[in-house]
Design a protein around this ligand. Sequence first.
Ligand code: RIB
Ligand code: CA
Length: 312
Amino acid sequence: MSSRKIIIDTDPGQDDAVAILLALASPELEVLGLTAVAGNVPLELTARNARIICELAGRADLPVYAGCDRPIKRDLFTAEKVHGKSGLDGIELPVPAMALQDQHAVDFIIETLRREPPGTVTLCPLGPLTNIATALTQAPDIAERIDQVVLMGGAYFEVGNSTPTAEFNIYVDPDAAKIVFGAGLDLTVLPLDVTHKALTSPERNAAFAAIGTPVGKAVAAWTGFFERFDKEKYGSPGAPLHDPCVIAYLLRHDLFSGRRVNVEIETESALTLGMTVADWWGVTDRPPNALFIGDLNAQGYYDLLTERLARL
Ligand code: RIB
Ligand code: CA
């Protein structure tokens, strides 16, 4: 069976790190490159963190590209309060020895999609959609060459985590999200509606630690740090491990369920900026443009994560 080619666009972030490790541990997937974007922390740190993760996985050969350092129109809004100053707080890892690629991430995305046969590359955005939207704007021809876009972002029944109505990845760059959701792509969205059902727990974190490898130790440390913010905020027993849901969906979409609906992005209202307005009950005549995932088998997700991470 040939591997599915993917590009992971990312703003590491502890949960991004687990998603990237899951992808690198899975032979069903061929990661063509990591494209860093400003989000959880500024671009210089997300580009550095992406390389830290590659080296932790023994993949210093994997090309990492730096992309956009700020949203298309707005100022950058970051999330150090969740991820720590470095973006990967929780464990000290070596400064990366591998270099960044010289090519800009947007140019890499465009060049790769124009080179690879149409319909063979899936884009996996795990942060704000600035790189993806910029690529679509600079090279509209790539839209029809993309197989699928499977992204973490948005919220509807679960409401927002950055404002009362907006999830972080969409809120940081709503204008980019509007471009991506309006590009006629084969789009699958993993919003807070599903990621908030994928909570860490002492048992699940212990299973990561029990892997007994540097990867297992790092993942347990990252989830232990990352979860503190949401546990306090929501008073929940654990925190949502958002981004690995994207990769897990590619590997085992049977673990997930959702509905094809219309999803529009609010880019005007100051009150609801960045809201993903999902027409879940089909009350408008707006055509469906996304598979909006609402549920998962949480234990199956964590079992997959633990089994795969043990392979690195
Ligand atoms: O709202 C959660 C998302 O924002 C995740 O991708 C997390 O890494 C942050 O980027
Ligand atoms: Ca992220």
